[in-house]
Design a protein around this ligand. Structure first.
Ligand SMILES: O=P(O)(O)OC[C@H]1O[C@H](O)[C@H](O)[C@@H](O)[C@@H]1O
Length: 547
């Protein structure tokens, strides 16, 4: 693989950066007010305004040339057609197949992937209908009122985020809860006020080998059997979502009550697979399929739109621009929607587990900074917490602002709807970040001279604004697909495999090894390092164990 930083396209961007870095957004807009209209693009219902970026038409042309040089077109085609682009795991990467319409065609390893996907969706729909209608009952004959999804990482964050996002669409009277952490507080807190007779557990794990999930599932089973007094209750209260039928059976869940998916779906790309079963039960099969159609809309946009009008490509290239040329470390994601409160957490796994790599797919070290650090909170809460640093701090923090035109339900406040105030805040922040306020403007307001420097708002802080008509199953699917493809484009430029996660393995193995050292009757030996050994001794002392 050629070093992307050795290409003429990269050098051209470095030169362009040197010329542009000292320029302020105020100047860029003064010279070219038309950029406000021009630097926008749409995909499905999503409108991206990227005019408030430290970029010009030339920047975009150079970035698109870089994407072409990195072979982005061929990589997109390779992904969509099912080539094994996850090289370190020798797997295809086909989350896009999860949302293909029923009449599409795609064969993977000799199988009709579209038929397989729809067969599982239909089984999920049948099960979800039975639970929602009350036809599926618990062991004592009562309908299900609460679904508890037990999973972690990709088997938790996606459905948990989407359930929160779409809970206004959940009308069957069934609520969902999510247990992920191996901290006993998670499962005990979740179960404390639940009625076991009306609780359904979904054990969600791609591998069905994840310690946290299996431990929580065992605890839930013990709780259920203890309360209902019969092992046979498990069959009516536990279903599984996994790619591994043998392990599901070994755990004691009937594989008739298992919903499958495939090794070509990465865990963090799986919320639209059977991993979304809890969400489907909450919002219904129709709304779930609307969400899939939303994903597919953006997939088609990504696959076919020219790069200069392609939302995921534009957002990813701007991410590369700030990461590799401006030295930015992080990207804030600021949804102006309380319903998207878990969206930043969801994106953290999607983006950072995918692109937090320091070797390329070919095993050579990367040649540029990779893996933006994603973080954020819903606006307006963030404004009263960390926006100070965004506005006046020393670091450059590019940010994605996400807003919706229509609320699900508005509340009238003094003189107007609360939702208008929410959107006014979004617009005010992006404008203040871009244009700031000069010392002259502040002094002209009669501010005492000694206060002026404190009040200067430097501006020139770049943001994207993603404006969406309304938060619906479809637009949620569109937003998730947008970021999935942003990750892919960035990974392509950096030459990394965005679909493996070897970096999480060592810690898991070491935790398994360390657990006996915490609990053994005799003081442990052979601990991995002096610092850990000292901490193990301290822990044992605090727990009253021999040291
Ligand atoms: O779904 P599971 O197999 O239980 O995996 C759950 C999570 O485990 C691992 O830590 C991986 O890093 C994640 O990518 C994955 O989503």
């Amino acid at each position: 693989m050629a070093d992307i930083t050795e290409t003429s396209e990269w050098t051209a961007l470095a030169d362009h950066h040197a010329a542009l870095a000292g320029r302020h957004l105020r100047e860029l807009f003064a010279e070219d007010p038309g950029r406000a209209e021009r630097m926008t693009a749409t995909a499905g219902d999503l409108l991206l305004d990227y005019s408030k970026h430290r970029a010009t038409g030339d920047t975009l042309r150079l970035l698109v040339a870089l994407a072409e040089r990195a072979g982005l077109r061929e990589r997109i085609d390779a992904m969509f057609s099912g080539e094994r682009i996850n090289v370190s795991e020798d797997r295809a990467v086909l989350h896009t197949a999860l949302r293909l319409p029923r009449d599409a065609e795609l064969r993977v390893g000799g199988r009709d992937a579209v038929a397989d996907v729809h067969a599982v969706l239909d089984r999920m729909a049948g099960f979800s209908d039975r639970v929602r209608s009350g036809e599926w009952t618990g062991f004592t004959g009562k309908p299900i009122r609460t679904v508890v999804n037990i999973g972690i990482g990709g088997s938790d964050l996606g459905p948990a985020m989407a359930y929160e996002a779409l809970r206004d669409h959940a009308r069957a009277g069934i609520t969902c809860r999510f247990v992920s952490n191996i901290d006993p507080a998670d499962i005990t807190g979740t179960l404390a006020d639940l009625d076991p007779e009306q609780t359904l557990f979904i054990v969600a794990s791609k591998t069905f080998g994840t310690l946290e999930t299996l431990t929580n599932a065992r605890a839930a089973r013990a709780w259920l059997v203890g309360r209902l007094g019969d092992e046979k209750a498990v069959a009516r209260h536990f279903v599984a979502v996994s790619t591994n039928a043998e392990r599901v059976a070994a755990f004691g869940i009937d594989t008739d009550n298992m919903f499958g998916f495939w090794d070509w779906v990465g865990g963090r790309y799986s919320m639209d697979s059977a991993i979304g079963l809890s969400l489907m039960i909450a919002i219904g099969d129709g709304a779930f399929r609307e969400m899939l159609a939303g994903f597919h809309t953006v997939d088609e946009h990504f696959r076919t739109a020219p790069f200069e009008a392609n939302l995921p490509v534009l957002m990813a290239l701007l991410g590369v621009w700030y990461t590799d040329f401006f030295g930015a470390q992080t990207r804030a994601v600021l949804p102006y929607s309380q319903r998207l409160s878990r969206f930043p957490a969801y994106l953290q796994q999607l983006t950072m587990e995918s692109n937090g790599k320091s070797v390329r797919a070919d095993g050579a070290p990367v040649v540029a900074q990779t893996g933006e650090i994603f973080w954020g909170e819903p606006g307006t809460n963030g404004q009263h917490a960390f926006y100070q640093l965004l506005h006046q701090g020393t670091r450059l923090v590019p940010a994605d602002f996400i807003g919706f035109a229509e609320p699900f339900e508005d509340v009238q406040a003094d003189g107007g709807g609360m939702h208008d105030l929410l959107v006014a805040n979004l617009l005010a922040q992006t404008s203040a970040l871009a244009f700031g306020k000069t010392a002259e403007e502040i002094a002209a307001e009669g501010t005492p001279a000694e206060l002026v420097p404190h009040k200067v708002m430097p501006g020139n802080r770049p943001t994207s604004t993603i404006l969406v008509p309304k938060l619906t199953p479809s637009t949620l699917g569109q937003l998730v697909a947008l970021y999935e493809h942003v990750v892919f484009v960035e990974g392509t430029i950096w030459g990394i495999d965005s679909f493996d996660q070897w970096g999480v393995e060592l810690g898991k193995v070491m935790a398994q090894d360390l657990a006996p050292a915490l609990t053994s009757a005799e003081p442990p030996t052979g601990l991995p390092d002096p610092s850990t050994a000292a901490l193990v001794r301290t822990y044992r002392r605090l727990r009253g164990r021999a040291v």
